[in-house]
Design a protein around this ligand. Sequence first.
Ligand code: DX5
Ligand code: ZN
Length: 220
Amino acid sequence: MNIIAPSILSADFSRLGEDVRTVADAGAAYIHMDVMDGEFVPNLSFGIPVIGSLRACTDAVFDVHMMVREPVRFVKEIKAAGADILCVHQEACLHLDHTVGRIRELGMKAAVALNPATPVEVLTDILPQLDMVLIMSVNPGFGGQKLIPYTLEKVRRLRKMIDARGLAVDIEVDGGVNLDNVASVLDAGANVIVAGSAVFGGDAAANTRRFLEILKERER
Ligand code: DX5
Ligand code: ZN
């Protein structure tokens, strides 16, 4: 199923709960939450208490994207805050298998994110352990950047790898996705679409609905 995951990094932080309710009521199944440590990426965002406070606002799936070095240190606390999917960067985990194992052990879905320059083949062996792979289509750290075209080639290769092995792994694309290019992202083989500025940069409910229309038209 195709899913829209609005990224609250571009929401109004002074009324975060309302913004989350708005997109969830408009039909967003996932809420994408970007946690940054100022070390793995050159920016800070928000952390565990914010995720915990938002849990009371909605039943939507919390898709937490950790842009944090060695996120295994926080897995338990993030689960307690209410995360459903925990996404860690391959580049940020020395022992990726162990980190993924901890995420699953705690009852969350496990996702691994890849920076633009990291080839998808790095996940060949661990793929069956994953629920989702996140292909970064910008360099992580900031909303509002332009999608890097070659990352869609990675989505195509990953889709082939997954389908050829009969796996049920979702492909999420994050960064620079908007209403004009989302069709090409879906056509490349993604089925979970993150959008920050393209949702919260205007009427968030209307933008969410418009994304959902396109997602529905392109259901695989
Ligand atoms: C970037 C974050 C993204 C960001 C996307 O590091 O991972 O989730 O919020 O923002 P847009 O959709 O504006 O590129
Ligand atoms: Zn993200």
